[in-house]
Design a protein around this ligand. Structure first.
Ligand code: TXA
Ligand code: MG
Length: 358
């Protein structure tokens, strides 16, 4: 299949008339059952008509994703939620008011309109209204319901720039919309509203403190930062070893100086053994590290910058054929919870805790 790649980059959040026409065309491809990758504020999505079972099946095929892993339906107006859910609880209205459009996905009981192909066989449906001008217009022109997982091959880090969408999807889908670099860099927060109190299934830019402020009590899936609970994650997609780079990734925890010293010693031994070593570090200690490929995420205090760069760095290590990666560990509260959740998954939970081995 030939994939058409078009560039639609909004200026100051505004699209030109020509760009609107291109999105209208891309929307018609979705209506005809085709697949279109597009930018959102979190990561790039791989879109298909959410109400068309054949489109959802094509999405799974293009990603190489197990079909029991449900898709998120993207909408562009709150009222579009009504036809696809059984009922709209008060909490849904509250969090939509507070966080939509934005990086927040809610789980609700699905209506008959939503095919099981889209929900991976579940009776519930995940819904999100993205805050990105290209996504919003594309959804509006598609008929209003776009199923979109992240636009990566299953198992790879989610793409934050079109380059990596093209790498994974060229030849497999109809259209790729290059909208430039995304703003956030990690997937949306998922909150399950079918249980009481609501439960966070995947942490993201909308933190548990932000949700607690709006909803009162909120719980978090125990598996978010741990893999020793003996429980399966409630979001089916979170059970897979996602976001994985090709090199072996190890997270090192401890005082910053001890971490740098440990990583440098390991790196030296690895390089002698013929490994190509990459390091993810913060600006504070960047000068201390000796690695083949050093990626600095910015200041330890700037969590938004860490979130934005993480997936790109993991992809770049693959590009540079790095075989061993060490990463500093980050704080686990606020946005740090989402960062560490993804990093731990990328590492398959391989963590060296210097405070406990020395
Ligand atoms: O930011 C995002 O959410 C991005 C952009 C493209 O919008 N999308 C995204 O989709 O991350 P995906 O498919 O890569 O991740 C969706 C996650 C999976 O872990 C899936 O298991 C979970 O949402 N999910 C979807 N429907 C669910 C449901 N009914 N119940 C529980 N988890 C669900
Ligand atoms: Mg994904």
């Amino acid at each position: 299949m030939e994939t058409r790649i078009i560039k639609v980059q909004a200026e100051n959040g505004k699209l030109s008339a020509v760009q609107e026409t291109e999105l209208e065309w891309a929307g018609s491809i979705l209506q005809q059952g085709g697949l279109v990758a597009f930018p959102t504020e979190t990561v790039y999505g791989l879109g298909g008509d959410a109400l068309n079972p054949a489109s959802s099946q094509k999405i799974y095929a293009a990603k190489g994703r197990p079909s029991d892993n449900p898709l998120i339906i993207h909408i562009c107006r709150f009222e579009d939620i009504y036809p696809i859910v059984e009922f709209v609880p008060e909490e849904a209205r509250k969090i939509a008011e507070a966080f939509w459009p934005g990086p927040l996905t809610m789980i609700l009981p699905k209506s008959d309109k939503v095919p099981y192909e889209t929900t991976g066989g579940l009776e519930t449906v995940a819904i999100r209204m993205p805050a990105h001008p290209v996504a919003e217009k594309l959804i509006a022109h598609s008929g209003g319901y776009v199923a979109a997982p992240s636009a990566n091959t299953s198992g790879k880090p989610s793409p934050t720039v079109a380059k990596y969408v093209i790498e994974d999807m060229d030849g497999k889908i109809d259209v790729i919309i290059d909208g430039g670099e995304v703003g956030i860099g990690l997937e949306s927060t998922i909150v399950d509203l079918t249980v009481s109190p609501p439960q966070i299934l995947r942490p993201g830019y909308i933190t548990d403190a932000m949700l607690t402020e709006v909803l009162g009590k909120v719980e978090a899936d125990v598996t978010i930062l741990r893999n020793d609970s003996g429980q399966a994650p409630k979001a089916p997609g979170m059970k897979y070893r996602h976001y994985a780079p090709q090199g072996e990734l190890v997270i090192v925890q401890g005082s910053p100086e001890a971490v740098a010293e440990y990583i440098n010693l390991q790196a030296q031994a690895d390089r002698r053994a013929g490994e190509k070593v990459g390091v993810i570090c913060t600006e504070e200690l960047a000068a201390v590290y000796k690695a083949d490929v050093l990626k600095c995420v910015g200041s330890r205090l700037d969590e938004e910058a860490i979130a934005k760069h993480l997936y790109t760095f993991l992809r770049e290590f693959d590009d540079e054929k790095v075989t061993r990666i060490y990463s500093e560990s980050f704080a686990t509260d606020g946005l740090g919870q989402a960062i560490m959740n993804r990093l731990l998954k990328a590492a398959g939970h391989k963590v060296v805790d210097l405070d406990n081995i020395l």
